[in-house]
Design a protein around this ligand. Sequence first.
Ligand SMILES: [Zn+2]
Length: 105
Amino acid sequence: MSGVEGTPLDDEAARRPAAGAPCGCDEAVERLWEYVDSELEELDQERVGAHLHECASCLEEEQIELVMKQLVRRCCQEEAPATLRVRIHEQITVLRLRAGTTPEG
Ligand SMILES: [Zn+2]
């Protein structure tokens, strides 16, 4: 009997970010909409929120375009509806205020 049964189970675990790992800009932007829509799991919600709180560049106008593109791709549409664009702007404005990126404060 000489069979190797050591099947690595790390595959799935390796794909997920380690619990408590800091959230990077890529991930934050990628999940920005899910975050403002509260679609994330509690842990991710906290990680993304913590990053957005400290990283003003994730809330720049150009990031809004990235979020928009991802949403459009996800919804299989060619263009984001104007209402969606307005809503994203509103949400990101709220996030900016919460993150304290305004001059006052
Ligand atoms: Zn960032």
